[in-house]
Design a protein around this ligand. Structure first.
Ligand code: ADP
Ligand code: MG
Length: 250
């Protein structure tokens, strides 16, 4: 579903992704772990066209994302194709990023109506189903600030699902939450995983990784240091850097 080959990305003189390779299979959950500043968010943002890569290529479900170097010529996607691909990838941010001036329901129906041109009635019916699925059917008319962080993040997940994406990206979805609210958000993500949604989840929740991930990837300094089944990477890490990181977060 997702393939990255030798992806490079710098901000000025800072090389954030240093020739990164990654494959994510359809229907699988990939959890990415790694210290702050290792390039995890940049990696997710590149997959979703929020950052352009300098070199290498990324494809999502066979469609090329961003830049490719073909000979000396940089190949760039047309704006139209970028917009189309972005509607097929859901992104859930650490800080929810809901529209504060819109109700929960309006947050969820906004993209299907404006980007997919769905009839309003159909979008509202679908939003009802999604809010029910994340346990917030009774909050449709509330505004984000009237909700807890855990509820807001569940709305953000419903909003991402409203586009029926083929891929869901989560960037530390529970890091901004009070500890007692983490579980309700992870439960929703677990539920999606059990239904075969393809997901890449950046998180420090090791218990979640152990339970839900098909593959755990440990990233450091813009490269993947090791990856494999959760039992291998989390319990029998082969690299010192992975061991050092795990000893801090476990
Ligand atoms: P992580 O998510 O693993 O903490 P990031 O991908 O956010 O790491 O960032 C990797 C590095 O790139 C950090 O040093 C960060 O400060 C830097 N960085 C990220 N985005 C930008 C940007 N837009 N401009 C300059 N530096 C950036
Ligand atoms: Mg980050």
């Amino acid at each position: 579903m997702v393939e990255l080959r030798s992806v490079h990305k710098s901000f000025g003189s800072l090389e954030v992704l240093r020739g990164l390779d990654l494959e994510v299979r359809k229907g699988e959950v990939t959890v990415i772990l790694g210290p702050s500043g290792s390039g995890k968010s940049t990696l997710l943002r590149a997959i979703n066209h929020l950052e352009k890569v300098d070199k290498g290529w990324i494809s999502v479900d066979g469609a090329l994302v961003g830049y490719r170097r073909s000979g000396d010529k940089l190949y760039e996607l047309r704006e139209r194709d970028v917009l189309k691909q972005r509607t097929q990838i859901g992104f859930v941010f650490q800080n929810f990023n809901l529209f504060p001036h819109l109700t929960v329901l309006e947050n969820v129906v906004e993209a299907p109506i404006s980007a997919l041109k769905r009839p309003r009635k159909e979008a509202v019916a679908h939003a009802g189903t999604l809010l029910d699925r994340v346990g917030l059917a009774d909050k449709a008319d509330a505004y984000p600030k009237q909700l807890s962080g855990g509820q807001q993040q569940r709305v953000a997940i419903a909003r991402a699902l409203a586009l029926e994406p083929k891929l869901l990206l989560f960037d530390e979805p529970t890091s901004a939450l009070d500890p007692e609210l983490v579980g309700e958000v992870l439960d929703v993500i677990k539920d999606l995983a059990s239904q075969g949604t393809t997901m890449i989840v950046v998180t420090h929740e090791i218990g979640f990784a152990r339970e839900v991930a098909d593959t755990v990837v440990f990233m450091d300094e813009g490269l993947i240091v090791e990856q494999g089944a959760p039992g291998d990477v989390l319990d029998r890490p082969r690299h010192d850097r992975t061991r050092a990181f795990l000893s801090k977060v476990l």
